[in-house]
Design a protein around this ligand. Sequence first.
Ligand code: NDP
Ligand code: A1CAB
Length: 266
Amino acid sequence: MKVAIIGCGNMGMAFANSFIQYNLVQKADLLLVEKNQERGLQLQEQKSGIVVDTISSKISQADLIILSVKPQDYPAVSLDLKSYINMSQVILSIMAGIPIAQIQSSLSHDLVIRAMPNTPALLGMGMTAFAAAEQVGLSDIRKVENLINSTGRAVFLEDEKLLDAVTGLSGSGPAYFFYLIKSMIDAGVAMGFDPAMSSLLVKQTMLGSYHLMQTSDKTLDELIQAVASKGGTTEAALRVFQEKLVGEGLQQGIYAARDRAVELAK
Ligand SMILES: NC(=O)C1=CN([C@@H]2O[C@H](COP(=O)(O)OP(=O)(O)OC[C@H]3O[C@@H](n4cnc5c(N)ncnc54)[C@H](OP(=O)(O)O)[C@@H]3O)[C@@H](O)[C@H]2O)C=CC1
Ligand SMILES: O=C(O)[C@@H]1CCC=N1
């Protein structure tokens, strides 16, 4: 399969590297379109594929074209791409917010799939949800799903609108996790640990807790209860979280991310 990737930053290259790692695409069949000169040079040094800095007739040979520029850069990309695209090519967009219909009309092209991955795709441990235009056949959906599976787990959504919620939940989710960890490490440092020791205490706790959650029969509430002894320390912390509306704050943040995805389409 021949693949072209337009915008080879964090996510574009997470996808490219997974395809290569699993031999789903050969480097000679991977066209990397990257406008940023410094990044383009890096990609050339890494020999990850055929690197070019502009969209040209070369793109007409690709079976699949991945759009992984920032949503704000898409209008310029669509103007360039429109003149080279051919009817049988499938477009896979991972851009936040931009609906399938908007991509179809800006490119005058039917075969569009829209996906929302996340950065653990860099390790093949990503979570991607995707939806397809009704004109895309099952065979093309399967081909794209196989590619996405090389970056981690994939779920197909019948309702494209939910992709904005996915963006707020799992697309941006890794940042929330790192934010939580950083806050805990900062608390450890404030209580007298050096940053390395605080980091070890927190990261190992999160790793162990993740595996406990995944292997235990208990619900999340029961797992919390199992830590929170009556009248003990955890209860004291949970009371403060409740008073400070930590859970609600997190949820409001997730809704704000979803709403920003909707705004990005305008
Ligand atoms: N980062 C994440 O966690 C996730 C991101 N996404 C989506 O993926 C997309 C890319 O995000 P991310 O990888 O983080 O962004 P990056 O900024 O890392 O990558 C985008 C790259 O595209 C380049 N670019 C801009 N315009 C063009 C053009 N006309 N032709 C070729 N290349 C161009 C940019 O260059 P320059 O820097 O010079 O502008 C940049 O190198 C976004 O739409 C985002 O919504 C989806 C899920 C998760
Ligand atoms: O922050 C963003 O806009 C992108 C989309 C999801 C994660 N990063």
